[in-house]
Write a protein that binds this ligand. Structure first.
Ligand code: NAP
Length: 322
């Protein structure tokens, strides 16, 4: 249900010019970066399918070493074999299921303890679920996979990243954050009071990720680490495959026909991770490679601070100062 206070709080901040800019950006191609990235390390979640897979190939084609955090061992082996064979590049993987907070914590700690620097960290793993699904801890899965696990990793890794000379963190977000048009129900992040919808849950998780970026960006200021979020285009991937036959028929008959190739998402993620032209830019939302103003609730610092505290509690993390 729409929160009345959310409507009252945000509706005056909506501007037609921002909506038109988004529509224009949705038709644009990404800017291309041809800079070399030989020997540099790109870490990505969900590199085994769709956007993540093409992004691994794009970075490997420019000489980068790849560390992919995936849930499936067989697909991970296959990914690394392909990258070594096609590009002669180093590829390694870790296994983590991001619907399990313990896995997100474990892999976050492993990455935080790594001696070598991470040049680019891409939070890409995500799901779209038409039916409410709970993880064993009782938390809603879309929220955990799309937001809370990346929050937990960033929180655990922030000091390691800050101690590095430079790093870029990129979160694969979505224009779908606009489904949470009137903001997050911070008293019901787990969908116990309001009726669950797939679009609502997806939009809220992506909105939460944008809000957490505001706080992380504040924390990272003064260091050589940037954090940005991006919409990867509406592209044809396996997203939604968990939703059964009816949804998947609808997707292949309608959505996929209107979708572009995930290669554009990979090109955009390479540009955002490597291009000199965005050096130092942080805390921004991009539609592919164009900077864009997100929906008004995504810029609400007060909501971001409340969400931050709630995320620490839900993630079972110590309430550190930030
Ligand atoms: N496709 C679009 O048009 C679109 C638009 C906007 C935003 N996005 C965002 O783009 C990102 C990538 O999605 P995609 O379109 O490439 O979909 P996809 O083809 O389904 O890929 C999703 C990736 O996430 C991994 N993943 C899913 N659940 C996981 C879990 N519990 N633990 C670990 N890994 C998990 C998948 O692993 P498996 O290979 O094992 O399945 C896969 O590698 C998502 O964040 C999505 O929200 C996509």
């Amino acid at each position: 249900m729409k929160s009345k206070s959310g409507v009252a709080r945000y509706w005056r901040q909506y501007k037609w010019s921002n909506i038109f800019a988004m529509m224009k950006n949705n038709r644009a191609d990404p800017d291309i970066c041809d800079e070399d990235f030989s020997g540099r390390l790109m870490v990505i979640t969900g590199g085994t399918s769709g956007i993540g897979y093409y992004t691994c190939r794009e970075y490997a084609a420019h000489g980068a070493r790849i560390l992919s955090i995936n849930r499936n061992r067989e697909k991970s082996e296959q990914l690394c074999e392909e990258l070594r064979r096609d590009f002669g590049t180093d590829c390694d993987y870790r296994i983590a299921d991001f619907s399990r907070l313990e896995d997100a914590k474990k892999v976050g700690r492993e990455l935080a303890d790594m001696k070598e620097g991470i040049d680019v960290l891409i939070h890409n793993a995500g799901v779209y679920l038409t039916h409410k699904t709970l993880i064993p801890e009782g938390l809603e899965m879309t929220f955990v996979v799309n937001y809370l696990s990346s929050f937990v990793m960033n929180y655990i890794m922030k000091d390691k990243l800050k101690a590095q000379k430079r790093a870029r963190v990129i979160m694969v977000n979505s224009e779908g954050h606009r489904f949470a048009a009137w903001g997050l129900r911070l008293d019901d992040l787990n969908w116990q009071k309001k009726r669950y919808t797939g679009l609502g849950a997806y939009g809220s998780a992506k909105m939460a990720q944008l809000l957490s970026m505001l706080i992380l960006d504040k924390h990272l200021r003064g260091s050589f680490v940037t954090i940005n979020a991006m919409h990867p285009g509406a592209v044809k991937t396996g997203t939604g495959k968990e939703n059964g036959r009816f949804y998947n028929r609808f997707k292949s008959a309608i959505i996929d026909k209107m979708s572009r190739s995930p290669e554009i998402s990979a090109q955009a993620l390479y540009y955002l991770g490597v291009s000199n032209s965005i050096e130092g830019i942080s805390g921004k939302f991009f539609n592919l490679t164009r900077e864009e103003i997100p929906a008004p609730p995504a810029l609400d610092m007060e909501a971001a601070e409340r969400l931050w505290k709630e995320s620490l509690r839900m993630g079972g993390l110590e309430d550190g100062e930030i």
